[in-house]
Each structure stands twice: as C-alpha cells, then as structure tokens.
Design a protein around this ligand. Structure first.
Ligand SMILES: [Zn+2]
Length: 99
C-alpha cells in the first residue's frame, strides 16, 4: 500500500509509515481494558476458589498463605496478594495470642 500522507510505498502489514512516521490504517491504539474483561484470571480460577481462600485465610492462616501463594502464582491476580496480606496479619495475631 501507499502512505496516505507522503505517498511512499510501504508494506501492507506496516502500522506506521517508515518514511514519515504517520500511522497507517493498520495502526491500532492499545485498547483500554474493559470492565467486563478486566478479570480474566479471576474467571479462570473461579470466584469460589478466591472466596474459599479468603475463608481459609481467616480460619487457618497457614493454609490461607498457601492458598494465597497458589492463587498469586497461578492467576497472577491481586487477590492472591490480598489473601496473603490477610493471612500474614492473621499469623501475626495468632503468634501474639500464643506467646
Ligand atoms: Zn508516509
């Protein structure tokens, strides 16, 4: 195809004109994440797993930590870190109570 701005011949797959740098019709702005597509990792893991991990975090801090690490590694979601934070707080409380 030809650049609409400078008329230079450019590859059909090019996203910008190598001569003048103007974006071609192939150029697409990175789309902002849509609200309904913002949680693909959560959908893969399942909301139930996350809820379960929160319950575990509250009831059994050690299992909560394991679940949180599992979630974080598997899904790379913020939920894993959230559960991890709750779990660490719980562990600290348990240690404080035990001692
Ligand atoms: Zn051009």
């Amino acid at each position: 195809m030809f650049c609409a701005t400078c008329g230079a011949e450019i590859q059909d797959a090019a996203v910008i004109c190598p001569k003048c740098g103007v974006p071609t019709p192939n150029f697409k702005q990175p789309e902002a994440p849509k609200a309904d597509q913002a949680k693909p990792a959560v959908a893969q893991i399942g909301t139930g797993t996350i809820v379960l991990s929160y319950i575990l975090a509250l009831l059994m801090p050690i299992l909560g930590v394991i679940a949180a690490i599992y979630l974080f590694v598997k899904g790379k979601t913020g939920h894993g870190l959230g559960v991890l934070g709750v779990s660490i707080a719980e562990v600290v409380v348990y240690i404080a109570v035990m001692s």
